[in-house]
Design a protein around this ligand. Structure first.
Ligand code: ZN
Length: 294
């Protein structure tokens, strides 16, 4: 599985503590002037473009697993693409920032180093200038749990609403972290290039799904009213061909359709008082039905 995040672009002085951590991974003892360090956000607890999110527990697992792992280019397996190594990670909670689920924003920050060499000069320049920005992580996990039913395997589709519940999948039980990678950034603007853009895209998609859900409720309501109107026509005006009734109904605005079905309801209750007794009392039963005249 591959997930995309971005470089924070932070470059500060290297502490003795950090040098000690870095030297755990190198065969030769490195000095601060020999290396270049930077930090990246590897992953977080936000719902991503695939409508998946890491559980807090899985982020903690990744915090441990990513130490010592390499950062590479485009998830390539070639050893010459192994451009840097992660020497420190920290799971950070940003209390001022909320995820789209309203939870405090948590992200896994990683500190990495690479050796300053002629081979790495362009790579370092690209990080410093912000060209190498987007990062994706590669890891393995045991299950994805549905937000609707809590099951691992189900028929609910991520990114859709079921009633008031938004379906997304939570990644649990991370078993391994392989590497993280700088990924090629697409040229088109607004193509979900950076994580901040893609987060907005996710929010937009959630909003869109919400709107679609509301639209489908409106469509359901309209269909129900159409059926009631058809029934009304057949009871009150059986002489009218059902095809014509249907054509009339289809021309009506939602407001007029509602007025017509209400008028039909009142009329049929008058025509068939037995049904209206079952249906309960209606104060408007003695109305003049002025809305319903043909
Ligand atoms: Zn489900």
């Amino acid at each position: 599985m591959v997930k995309n995040y971005e470089v924070t672009g932070e470059q500060s002085g290297i502490s003795a503590e950090d040098m000690e951590l870095i030297n755990k991974h190198s065969l030769k003892k490195l000095t601060p002037d020999e290396i270049f360090t930077f930090s990246v956000i590897l992953c977080d607890n936000e719902i991503d473009r695939d409508f998946e999110k890491f559980s807090d527990e899985s982020l903690r697992e990744l915090e441990t697993l990513f130490v010592g792992k390499t950062g590479i280019l485009n998830h390539s397996n070639r050893s010459e693409d192994q451009s840097c190594r992660t020497y420190k990670t920290e799971l950070i909670t940003d209390k001022d920032k909320k995820t789209s689920l309203g939870e405090p924003y948590k992200y896994l920050k990683a500190w990495c180093y690479t050796v300053r060499s002629s081979k790495n000069a362009d790579f370092i320049k690209d990080i410093e200038s912000g060209i190498k920005k987007e990062v994706s992580v590669s890891c393995n996990f045991s299950e994805k749990v549905c937000s609707i039913c809590g099951e691992g395997i189900c028929s609910h589709r991520a990114g859709q609403y079921y009633g008031d519940g938004f379906c997304y999948k939570t990644i649990r039980g991370v078993t391994d972290a392989y590497e993280w990678s700088f990924v090629a950034v697409p040229a088109q603007r607004g193509a979900g290039v950076t994580k901040s853009a893609s987060k907005n895209a996710v929010k937009e998609q959630i909003e869109k799904a919400k709107e679609e859900k509301e639209l489908s409720f409106a469509a359901l309501f309209r269909n129900e009213m159409k059926e009631r109107a058809k029934k009304g026509f057949s009871l009150v005006l059986p002489e009218l061909e059902s095809r014509v009734a249907e054509e009339i109904i289809n021309l009506l605005t939602a407001e007029n359709l509602s007025a017509l079905t209400n008028a039909f309801d009142r009329k049929t209750k008058k025509m068939f008082p037995v049904i209206s007794q079952f249906a309960g009392t209606d104060k408007k039963q003695n109305d003049t039905n002025s809305q319903f005249k043909f």
